[in-house]
Ligand binder design. Sequence first.
Ligand code: SF4
Length: 267
Amino acid sequence: MNSSDLKMFAAFVSQRMEMSESEWFIKPESINNVFNPVSSLPAGSEKKTLYKKKEDIIYQNKPDSSLEPHTGKTVGNDSITAQNPLEELYEAVHGCTRCQLGLTRNKFVFGDGNPQADILFIGEAPGADEDKQGLPFVGRAGKLLTKMIEAIKLKREDVYIGNILKCRPPGNRDPKPEEIEKCEQILIRQIEIIKPEIICAIGRISGQTLLRTKSSLSSLRGKLHDYHGVKLIVIYHPAALLRNPGLKPAAWEDMKFLRREYDGMEL
Ligand code: SF4
């Protein structure tokens, strides 16, 4: 074993000890980057370092419509290889068992959509349908979310959709603080890569979690917030609209506010 092999082996062992479980990551150096994105930055530099302008993104080959949905992985074109940072991130974390949810999930739900999206929708966690399919917002609520996006004259493929937690909490219970603390690091890396213009937190728990507040949904909606230097708004969760259709007029106001804050379009 040469010194380079030894170094790699030491990194693996160190990672195993840190993770306290049996998952082996394909790229040991990547996982360290994923789970220490903010702490490794000099104080006060998060915004500047985490959220570069879109034009600073360098793709060897620009992603196109042949992307696989959940990873941004490029298929069907040999000249376009694994240069997509979202794919690299997926490869690094899709076997994660940093919290107990990694042991009970059926499928890891990374996220889905345009890896260069201007608008990033973030829910709290996958539900039963998402856990089965490995894709976010694919059940009844997901279909309604697609309609809400189309109502503001965008397509679902234009945006990126993800969750704070990548694994389903059993019984759809609320995420626990320790789960959020561990999993949000992946989300922060996704935001760093996608560099959205605006984040749309879907529902009360997503808004409260991202903004570290206990404020009510009604007090969070209709306002512009800040999440690590990115504009953030909070909207009704489509599941709430399915339970209570009377909320739909207010939800429409949320979506119009999103479009207005994104590019000034009045609907
Ligand atoms: S919820 Fe997040 S931190 Fe927990 S196992 Fe799944 S990916 Fe890892």
